[in-house]
Structures are given as C-alpha cells and as structure tokens.
Design a protein around this ligand. Structure first.
Ligand code: NAD
Length: 261
C-alpha cells in the first residue's frame, strides 16, 4: 500500500496515551510528520519513543498543553504551523471520563470539568485548526465522540452531555467547511482497552476490575474489548485523503454494540 501520509502533517491531542498514541504510531508509520499534544509530558515522551520504533526518521514535536485553555490551543496550533507550515490531519481526541454517578449525585464541578475538556476542548481545537485548513483549502478533522455520544449509557452526565455535543459540533462544522475542501467527522468508540477504560473499571471494583471487564463485554456482540490499534486504523483512514468525501458524520467502532439495543 502507498504511504498515505507522505509529506502530510498530523496534529493529535490526547497523544500521550491510548487512542491518540495508537493513531500517532499508525500515521507516523505511513510517513506523517506529527505534532503531539497532551497535558501529560511523560505520556508524550513515551509516544515519541513508540513512534521512533516504527518510523525512526519521523519528524515529531511534543507540546504540553491543556485543550480546555484557549491560549494553550492557540499555542499548539501556532507551533504546529510554525514548525511544519500546515496541518493536513487533526485528531481532536483528548478527553477524560469523569466520576460515574447517578444524575442526582453527579457533582456540578465534575460536570463542568468533563464538559470543559471534552466539549470546550474539542470546540477550541476546531475553532483554531479550521481557520488554518480553510486557508489551505484542504484538511481532514476527526473528533473523538463515543457510543456515549450517540446512545444513553448511564452514570455519566458530564460525559454524555459533552460527547453528544461533540457529535453536534461535528455535524455543524462539517456542513460549514465542506465548501472549503475540509472534512469534519467523528468516531464513536465503544469500550476500547486503554488506561481510561481500565480506570473506569477500577471505579466499579478496584480489586476485581478484570472480572468487571469480562462481565462488561459479555453483552458486546463480539464479546471483547476493542484494541487501540483497531481505532488507529480507522482514524488513519478518516484523516487520509481516501476519506475525502466522508463529512459531518459519526462512525461507530464498537463491535456492533450501539446497534444492539
Ligand atoms: P486515555 O486516558 O488513554 O488518553 C487520553 C489522553 O488525553 C491522556 O493522555 C490524557 O493525559 C489526555 N488529556 C486529558 N485531559 C487533557 C487536557 N485537558 N488537555 C490535553 N490532554 C488531555 O484515554 P483514551 O481511551 O485514549 O481516550 C481518548 C479519547 O477517546 C477520549 O476523548 C475518550 O473520551 C474517547 N473514548 C474512549 C473510549 C475507550 O473505550 N477507550 C471510548 C469512547 C471514547
């Protein structure tokens, strides 16, 4: 297969772990230059090390930034453009899960925190990256929503509000920017085994979280968790010019879970 990302620049938030890291290694292996953004400096360094194993000559910059802070978002976009001259693909992915609780017990501060990172962070990324892509007349954006953004899951008021909001932002911006040669799409992952999901299972039972996990996926049509590399393959396709007519829509990657209700 031809390398889909030769001479392409890909910007990834939440690049220090999980789905961000899996996507970074996938596109780096296909020739991309990368701007990696995360609040976790060590996570970024570990991702850069993982990239150097699959693509030793890859150009990579690491930017410590909080996606909910507009100055920091401006800075990560400016730094990417100053370094590489353009942004071809943007994986707008950083997010947290937040504490699980019934709505009446869901902390208002917790709600604000989750919405600030998962929704405001995605909006700010769109706002500043889409200006660059419009000017270029090209670009592909993938926002990370969730099955929790297209279905009711329960015990996650902040996450549900934010991820449904990400779907709304995706449709809205995709419809606005298609005319400029720019696509905006979202993925809706089900349960993919990353540190976030491990943390979520440990909230339910810290000592027997692996049993909780087995129980959790027993209702999935495929009876297992997804793997980060499976998401990385999907996101790489959606960020590439092979997906240039997919716009303003949400692609589930969940083993069929969201179709099963
Ligand atoms: P993860 O915890 O492994 O990675 C998330 C990364 O985002 C971490 O490196 C973290 O440091 C970073 N981050 C958190 N807050 C940040 C902030 N304010 N600014 C910058 N970076 C920040 O989790 P993951 O599973 O890879 O999740 C990635 C995305 O996928 C999230 O948006 C999550 O909601 C979504 N998602 C994950 C799953 C799943 O099952 N893993 C399912 C649906 C959606």
């Amino acid at each position: 297969m031809t390398a889909r990302f030769t001479d392409k620049v890909v910007l990834i938030t939440g690049a220090g772990s999980g789905l961000g890291r899996a996507t970074a290694t996938q596109v780096a292996g296909e020739g991309a230059a990368l701007a990696l953004v995360d609040v976790d400096e060590k996570g970024l360094a570990d991702t850069a090390a993982a990239i150097s194993e699959v693509a030793s000559g890859a150009k990579v910059i690491q930017i410590v930034a909080d996606v909910s802070d507009e100055d920091a978002v401006r800075r990560y976009v400016d730094q990417t453009v100053e370094t590489f001259g353009r942004i071809d693909g943007f994986f707008n992915n950083a997010g947290i899960e937040g504490k699980q609780n019934l709505t009446e017990d869901f902390g208002s501060d917790e709600f604000d925190k989750v919405v600030s990172i998962n929704l405001r962070g995605v909006f700010l990324g769109l706002k500043h990256v889409l200006a660059v892509m419009k000017e270029q007349g090209a670009g592909n954006v993938v926002n990370t929503a969730s099955v929790g953004g297209i279905r009711g899951v329960g015990n996650q008021s902040g996450y549900a509000a934010a991820k449904h909001g990400v779907v709304g932002l995706t449709r809205n911006s995709g419809i606005e920017y298609g005319q400029f040669g720019v696509t905006v799409k979202a993925i809706a992952p089900g349960a993919i085994m990353t540190p976030m999901v491990e943390g979520s299972l440990k909230q339910i039972d810290p000592d027997n979280w692996e049993d909780v996990g087995r129980e959790f996926v027993s209702v999935n049509p495929m009876k297992r968790f997804g793997r980060p590399d499976e998401v990385g393959h999907l996101v790489a396709f959606l960020l590439s010019d092979q997906a240039s007519f997919i716009n303003a829509t949400v692609i589930p990657i969940d083993g069929g879970q969201s179709e099963k209700y």
